[in-house]
Write a protein that binds this ligand. Structure first.
Ligand SMILES: Nc1ncnc2[nH]cnc12
Ligand SMILES: [Zn+2]
Length: 355
């Protein structure tokens, strides 16, 4: 949680999170307890000393050198998740934390291929996540959706098989899964490799997003939009390298899901102040602020909000733009959006003295 009392207004702001990998919310403590419970052997600490203790892992997470360096630990970490109850514990721990940070609506990525490839069925993963979603709605009033991500380092045919499995279970038509996304190593794996699943999704009510312009250049963003028809861009910070594309994203009201602390930890930028927050606001690019993989990147959503405020000293008008863009760009129904927008009005009224 953000430590500064000055940021109470950010705590109070009704937030939507759109860029959260549920497997990336696996804390080193839960990781070790699930490893013990499920008898999963992690790498020996003589081979990688980071696995000596949860504290050692946390320290290693402070020194990622790239997206791939992080992904190495991310995939090992999630190997402790075996049962529906593990996914439920993981997701409920996230919702508890998100609620404490003032999240009212969350759209959650999950990586089924990273589980099915080690013998954990797609159905088990979703069963656990849905159980946590229901509990979070009941106990915290948090609405949430699932976004099925495809791993771009695996073949497109594998993504196609995963799509077919989710579709056959009725998870697209019954609303269990609201949309599809694309994650994992970006450079060398452009979005159009996965055109077939995006084309299929485009013929349904499924929403479409993709990680683009995180480590990859701005052409990854235009290719996601033009060749995969994505409605959102995850990260998208390389938009700043192409003025025309940036203006297009603004005019087409495409939501960019920024993840400030992630971008610093993975060395996409040196510091939060180097992110295009002011530029996006000035150009009318709609964006939300998110935690990506909070257990790995040193902060949950409110820490990301506070880091942006420390770096940019935004006004209430700026924050209101961010709050409204996040709600309008959410994939929930119109009634829920109306409720959330009314909460933003109340919040702005309460904090008008800071304008
Ligand atoms: N920041 C990120 N980029 C790409 N794939 C991811 N999977 C989890 N976090 C990711
Ligand atoms: Zn991500």
């Amino acid at each position: 949680m953000c430590k500064s009392a000055h940021h109470q207004f950010l705590h109070d702001m009704p937030k939507c999170e759109h860029h959260l990998h549920i497997e990336g919310s696996l804390s080193p403590t839960l990781l070790s307890s699930l490893a013990a419970k499920n008898s999963i052997s992690l790498p020996d600490s003589s081979v990688d000393p980071s696995f000596a203790s949860p504290t050692a892992l946390e320290q290693r997470y402070e020194n990622f050198t790239s997206l791939d360096d992080f992904l190495h630990y991310y995939f090992i970490g999630m190997s402790v998740l075996l049962h529906a109850s593990d996914f439920e514990s993981l997701a409920y721990e996230y919702f508890t934390r998100a609620h404490a940070d003032g999240v009212h609506h969350a759209e959650i990525f999950f990586d089924p291929q990273a589980h099915t490839s080690r013998g954990v069925s797609y159905g088990v993963v979703v069963e656990g996540l849905v159980a946590a979603q229901k509990k979070a709605e009941k106990n915290f009033g948090i609405s949430s959706k699932l976004i099925l991500c495809f791993l771009r380092h695996l073949p497109a045919s594998h993504a196609g098989e995963t799509y077919t499995e989710a579709e056959a279970l009725g998870h697209f038509s019954d609303g269990t899964v609201v949309g599809i996304g694309l994650d994992s190593s970006e450079v060398g794996f452009p979005p159009e490799i996965f055109r077939e699943v995006y084309d299929a999704a485009g013929k349904t009510t499924l929403r479409r997003t993709a990680h683009a312009g995180e480590e990859g250049d701005h052409t990854y963003i235009s290719r996601a939009l033009d060749l995969c028809n994505t409605e959102r861009i995850d990260h998208g910070i390389r938009l700043v390298d192409n003025e025309e594309l940036l203006k297009r994203v603004a005019s087409e009201k495409i939501l960019v899901t920024m993840c400030p602390l992630s971008n610093v930890r993975l060395r996409c930028v040196t510091k939060v102040a180097d992110l295009p927050v002011r530029k996006f606001l000035d150009e009318g690019v709609r964006f939300s602020i998110n935690s990506d993989d909070p257990a790995y990147f040193g902060g949950y959503i409110l820490d990301n909000y506070c880091a942006v405020q420390e770096a940019f000293k935004l006004s209430l008008v700026d924050w209101r733009f961010i709050a409204v863009a996040a709600i309008e760009g959410s994939w929930c129904d119109e009634e829920r959006k109306k409720t959330l927008l009314a909460k933003v009005d109340d919040w702005a009224e309460k904090h008008k003295s800071m304008a």
